[in-house]
Design a protein around this ligand. Structure first.
Ligand code: SAM
Length: 243
């Protein structure tokens, strides 16, 4: 946890007060007690969810909570200019992939069905709104960011691609990561991009064709076939190198 993310309910007075005071409990408290071992007077890096980042000076600490005097003064890092379309991964990989995508700066993510997504994955408790939110929070805490990504679930591939995707991807570079193609993934494009990433078994040819019909270009990352959780950071760091 490189950032303690505060929510409006943590504040004892509105976050807009001259010297706001907030109390953290639960998982964040445990982390600060066990890992930071913060004492009264220490400063912790804090951020307001969907708001600014700054410091929290420890005013009081006990087993029930740590009370911080909050000073926020800088914006979170800029989002990636990206909409990610991701075939729903298996539940264990879903958690890690959501965390990684969030930590990498993805702010708009569609989890979609695909022929090789097992139906049972859609029943996973990890798809519940609060569970997805928790994985996003872990990614934000890791990356020192506060802007919560928007996640959408789409259980039908064809209507999504035909009816929604053209508007979602309008005015953006459209790429589908696909190992079986001749075009290498572009580097450092820095333009608004919509990127589709397939399931563990890959997109079937029909799905790649449907994506091509709405303007997606299949691109590869070289001869090695990578797991989704590995392919994603490689794709994003290639398309949008750190500045
Ligand atoms: N056998 C599958 C295939 O050939 O498509 C492999 C799927 S791979 C495990 C899962 C997804 O990660 C792919 O659908 C693709 O989106 C992405 N991916 C993995 N390795 C890739 C590579 N070398 N080039 C482009 N995309 C890749």
């Amino acid at each position: 946890m490189n950032l303690i993310i505060l929510e409006p309910g943590d504040f004892q007075s509105p976050a807009s007060e001259p010297i706001p005071v907030a109390t953290i409990r639960g998982r964040r408290l445990q982390h600060v007690l066990e890992v930071h071992r913060a004492e009264v007077g220490d400063a912790l890096k804090v951020g307001l969810l969907n708001g600014e980042i700054g410091e929290g000076k420890v005013l009081r600490r006990d087993e029930q909570g740590i009370t911080l005097e909050i000073a926020l003064h800088r914006a979170p890092p800029p989002p990636l200019p990206l909409t990610l379309i991701l075939a729903l991964p298996r539940p264990k990989m879903l958690k890690r992939t959501i965390q990684h995508a969030t930590a990498l700066g993805v702010k708009k993510l569609y989890l979609i069905n695909s022929y090789r997504v097992e139906k049972s994955y859609w029943q996973s408790p990890w798809l519940a709104e609060d569970q997805l939110r928790e994985q996003c929070l872990l990614g934000l805490e890791q990356a020192v960011d506060t802007t919560m990504p928007q996640l959408e679930l789409r259980k039908r591939f064809k209507p999504f691609v035909e009816d929604e995707l053209p508007a979602i991807a309008a005015d953006s570079v459209r790429l589908v990561a696909h190992p079986v193609t001749d075009t290498p993934c572009p580097v450092d494009i820095r333009q608004q991009t919509t990127l589709a990433v397939g399931p563990e078994g890959g997109f079937i040819p029909y799905e790649v064709e449907k994506l091509q019909e709405v303007g997606f270009l299949p691109v590869h990352l070289g001869p090695r076939i990578l797991r989704v959780e590995t392919a994603l950071p490689v794709l994003l760091s290639r398309l949008f190198p750190a500045t």
